[in-house]
Design a protein around this ligand. Structure first.
Ligand code: SF4
Length: 668
């Protein structure tokens, strides 16, 4: 008997049109948990580094987290993973909404796509009846529109549909997969889906997901719900409104955008808008939002209402995802009305709300600099807002310059040349980051940015406060009920963190403390991504309802195998290392672990080197960021060590980088 999981994958070979229901090995669940963990294992086993992102041999995996479909509040994430066209590394993006629980109820833990369909198709998973259906009539249709059309065509109003828009069909490197009030947006997963010829996957399930010890499990769920309620009534004091509560991060409800609008760099991530947030703007934006916002909405089995249905006058209703509220508006130096309107078109096209506005602002900056000309941008409108629509339409069709811009700023700059590279300045591992620019280097975030494999800033923030509280009494009050910490030492780290003086950033927290903090934050994200938990209730906010102390109980009572904190920590470390190994095998090295040069105004090269050196050592990686043979052995990943040695990436005799790897680093 399998608990919490179904024990089956759905394997679809799109080239041959073959569909298989494959039983999985329960031992793999104990070792890698599920969701991201077992998907990383599949990518390691089945996608060698020679496979290009747009090869039929690349896999596109839709995974429901281990606890999705159980009554655990907020556990609804679909983890979509593949090899990214943008970074050429492993991409894994979490999609909220309703799709993953539905897949579980249909009887599957994952849908694994391989091959490439000769014609555009969609998949219809209706419990154990699975079909590949023609989608030629859906070609060019919007991602949201497609979901509705498929539900009507199937006469299944309860089917959950994940779909791509025109951007995915055109293989735009930052195309998203849209579903309900959510999307898997980062890393170009929509482009891989388009390359495979799959317009959408519709799912309907009516079976049960069984937990091992239901009464115990429900008691744990009740504790979480009670805590959420208490936290909503008792927001954390002394932090910005968005950090005071739970959820991710309530952008639809909270109207105070002073911090985001003034501290990020807008346009092409270059212009800080100090003094932007006036009373007048606050009033105007609140009115715009409340006029367009028709309803607050939640993901499956969650009371938090982080999303909203938006109905801009004269346009179809769509669901807005948190940060998209700001990205288009601010990148175009426009107002919220514009942002809400263009986001509707962007959602239908299916593009990532972080990358897309930056790419468009980048193009306009190149035009202002004379690097792109009227020849590249024929009939370019005069107004910035119109220019954004113009560029968006060109990108999703790969029309003219849109074909170059559709590859993202890193690759586009290389193709354009003429000095364009200096304007593509906000990427890590070839991927656009949030346009956050700060003054003083923060050592914790330096490590999170540099060494994170998720390539997504919102997912690399965590449970340790982002800055010290000014007074010791405030810090003492904060740590008093901070039971989520894995170890008491974290309280001391925070208590001693001062705004100024010896114990202030960048030299405090010390590199050793930073290693502990980053490791804890990262561990929680990786656990969420295997269980299918929303980061907004766990790894992202301060003092969340899910943490390292109650997660083992959820897993034991839910999945029915013994779990404790140590075993869970070890499992998370195992598949976290496996994700790194996939990327290392694809060529990622220390030289790639570099945040944008201007991310902080004040940089400290020696300290940054020490931070990376110390962290690599802490993680059991060699000086090039490659997991050592000994650390792989300790995690039961000898098969990874053997492969890295066979490929000349690790040396058999010691843990220094093998000659080939060392030479590669020198050349970079
Ligand atoms: S906290 Fe918000 S984003 Fe997370 S599951 Fe609940 S509604 Fe969805």
């Amino acid at each position: 008997m399998r608990y919490a999981e179904t024990g089956y994958h759905l394997e679809i070979d799109l080239t041959r049109g073959n569909i298989e229901r494959v039983e999985t090995d329960p031992k793999e669940t104990e070792l890698y948990l599920g969701g991201l963990g077992t998907s990383a294992k599949l990518l390691w086993d089945r996608v060698p580094p020679e496979v290009a992102p747009f090869s039929p041999d690349n896999l596109l995996i839709f995974a429901a987290g281990l606890l999705c479909g159980t009554p655990a509040t907020g556990c609804n994430r679909t983890i979509v993973s593949t090899i990214s066209p943008q970074t050429e590394l492993m991409a894994f993006s979490m999609m909220g909404g309703f799709w993953a629980p539905e897949l579980k109820y249909a009887g599957y833990d994952k849908v694994i796509l391989r091959g490439r369909s000769p014609n555009l198709v969609y998949l219809w998973i209706n419990n154990d009846k699975v079909e590949i259906r023609d989608a030629s009539h859906l070609q060019g249709r919007g991602a949201v529109e497609t979901q509705d059309l498929i539900r009507k065509e199937l006469n299944e109003p309860k089917a959950q549909v994940a779909a791509i828009g025109l951007a995915g069909e055109s293989r735009v490197f930052y195309a998203s997969i849209e579903q309900g009030r959510s999307s898997a947006s980062r890393g170009g997963l929509g482009a891989v889906m388009g390359d495979k010829g799959v317009k959408a996957i519709a799912v309907r399930g009516t079976q049960d997901v069984i937990v091992a010890r239901p009464m115990e499990f429900l008691e744990l769920c009740k504790e979480v719900l009670d805590y959420i309620k208490w936290r909503e009534e008792n927001p954390i004091k002394g932090v910005m409104p968005i950090l005071a509560g739970l959820g991710s991060p309530q952008e639809m409800k909270v109207h105070d955008e002073k911090w985001h609008t003034e501290n990020f760099m807008w346009g092409n991530s270059r212009v800080r808008r100090k003094g932007f947030w006036t009373e007048e703007i606050a009033k105007e934006w609140t009115e715009s939002m409340e006029k367009a916002r028709t309803r607050l909405v939640s993901c499956y089995n969650c009371p938090m209402e982080c999303g909203a249905t938006i109905s801009p006058p004269g346009m179809p209703t769509y669901m807005m995802k948190c940060f998209t509220k700001l990205t288009y508006t601010m990148a175009a130096f426009s107002d919220l009305d514009f942002g809400l309107k263009i986001a509707q078109r962007a959602t239908e096209y299916g593009v990532d709300g972080f990358s897309t506005p930056q790419v468009m602002a980048f193009a306009l900056e190149l035009y202002e600099e004379g690097i792109l000309t009227d020849e590249d941008l024929p009939d370019l409108p005069a107004e910035t807002e119109d220019r954004f629509y113009y560029l968006l339409d060109k990108i999703v069709r790969r029309d003219g310059i849109g074909d170059v811009l559709a590859d993202g700023t890193y690759w586009a700059a290389k193709k354009i040349g003429k000095g364009a590279e200096k304007f593509a300045h906000n990427t890590i591992k070839k991927h656009e980051q949030l346009p956050l620019k700060l003054s003083m280097l923060n050592p914790i975030y330096f490590l999170m940015y540099s060494t994170g494999e998720k390539i997504n800033i919102t997912q690399i923030e965590g449970q340790f406060p982002q800055a010290p509280f000014p007074k010791r009494e405030q810090r003492e009050a904060f740590v008093k009920d901070w039971f989520q910490v894995p170890d008491e030492k974290f309280k001391q780290y925070f208590l001693d963190w001062e705004l100024r003086g010896e114990n202030s950033i960048p030299y405090y927290p010390t590199p050793e403390m930073c290693c502990d903090i980053v490791d804890w934050q990262e561990r929680m994200h990786y656990i969420d991504d295997a269980l299918g938990m929303c980061a907004g209730l766990s790894s992202f906010p301060l003092k969340p309802p899910y943490h390292i102390h109650n997660y083992p109980k959820f897993i034991s009572a839910g999945a029915g195998f013994d779990m404790d904190e140590e075993k869970l920590t070890q499992a998370a470390k195992r598949y976290r290392t496996l994700v790194r190994a996939v990327n290392i095998r694809r060529g990622m090295r220390r030289k790639d672990e570099v945040p944008p040069e201007n991310h902080w105004k004040k940089r400290f090269p020696e300290l940054e080197k020490e931070l990376i050196d110390t962290y690599y050592k802490y993680k059991g990686w060699n000086e090039d960021g490659i997991p050592t043979q000994a650390s792989l052995h300790e995690l039961g990943l000898d098969y990874v060590a053997d492969e890295l040695i066979r490929r000349g990436i690790l040396s058999e005799v010691d843990d220094a980088p093998a000659e080939a790897a060392a030479a590669e680093t020198e050349q970079a």
